[in-house]
Design a protein. Sequence first.
Length: 202
Amino acid sequence: MFALIKKDIIFTKKWILLSVVYAVVVTWLIMHEGATNILFTFFLVPFFLTSLPFTKIMSIEDNSDTRDFIRRLPVSKYLVVFSRAVFILFMLLISSISLFVIQTIGFNVEYNTDMLIKIASIILIFLLYFMLQLGVFYKYSYHASQSILVIISFVAIVIGFITENIDLVKYFKNFDWSILLFIMAIINVVVYFIDTKLYAGK
């Protein structure tokens, strides 16, 4: 499993470094402009930082020869998919740590328990997104997996129109993010096993 993770890191090290630079620059610009919504950076930066190397990996493996080679390795389907989930989490954590360092040292931001739970929930939301994308990749192809972002964007726009006249702040003001954290953890486990079935059936 560690060899698979190491492979992913080696193949995408240029993109990882580029993503870290992006995280530093974008976070600094947002915070320097006086942005007070810290969560905004945790929605923006981890997504793009993880997307670059992750999509690079899928594009590399988007051929039958590479997939057949990986399947012939003496590694179970569970470890193959799990190693990919670990890589995704690794990238999400790298981006989050970058944000912590920049905001704490550069802008004296202090994090409480509630904020950390929200950040953890956001990380699991992104993990779910990339695991769904991975499942579509295993079932169909790299290009098909990119449609997930289009679908989610469309759904977000529709929800935006529907809730345009609704005060969402009022409804989510006392929202318990720990519940969302638990739900996201359960859904990610379920999607992980679905991905293993899709990987085995490819």
